[in-house]
Design a protein around this ligand. Structure first.
Ligand SMILES: [Zn+2]
Length: 154
């Protein structure tokens, strides 16, 4: 099969041509590996600097406050409020075309940190300030994503 006769399509690999695979995190990245290990167990964790105690999200290789490079990962409540959101009617990544329209939310966790995530539930029912709860969605045997859904009591 000649590539020149095909219409231009992103062809990163030889997997399914009609639907590209959704991107998965690099589980070997030491900066984020503890997060993914915890989500597999249905736990939401964030790093805290072991030197100055600063808690941050997203994870970084060194503490932005004191440049220390070691963190302890703490479990936080998998809940918060919807701080902002955007509804996508076009998929920036074609792998997400089957989920249109989808909502990307910025969730303010009850611990105060803010975390981006795909929202579950009816896009028409997203309201800023609404209580949301984490939904742990396994993508495969190794990766479990964190999505967010309106809380039942919110
Ligand atoms: Zn620090």
């Amino acid at each position: 099969m000649s590539a020149t006769s095909q219409p231009s399509q992103p062809s990163k690999s030889s997997q399914q041509a009609d639907r590209p695979a959704k991107p998965l995190p690099d589980l070997c990245d030491p900066v984020t590996a503890p997060f993914w290990a915890a989500t597999r167990e249905g736990r939401l964790t964030v790093p805290r600097c072991t030197s100055c105690g600063y808690r941050l999200w997203p994870p970084e290789a060194v503490c932005p406050q004191c440049q220390h490079a070691e963190f302890a990962w703490e479990e936080v409540e998998p809940a918060g409020t919807l701080w902002s959101y955007a509804t996508y009617h076009r998929a920036l990544d074609p792998a997400f075309a089957d989920e249109l329209p989808y909502v990307v939310g910025l969730v303010e966790l009850t611990c105060g940190l803010k975390m981006y995530g795909l929202m579950r539930g009816d896009p028409a029912e997203m309201v800023i300030g609404r209580a949301v709860t984490a939904v742990f969605e396994p993508a495969d045997d190794e990766v479990t994503f964190v999505r967010w859904a309106p809380s039942a009591d919110g």
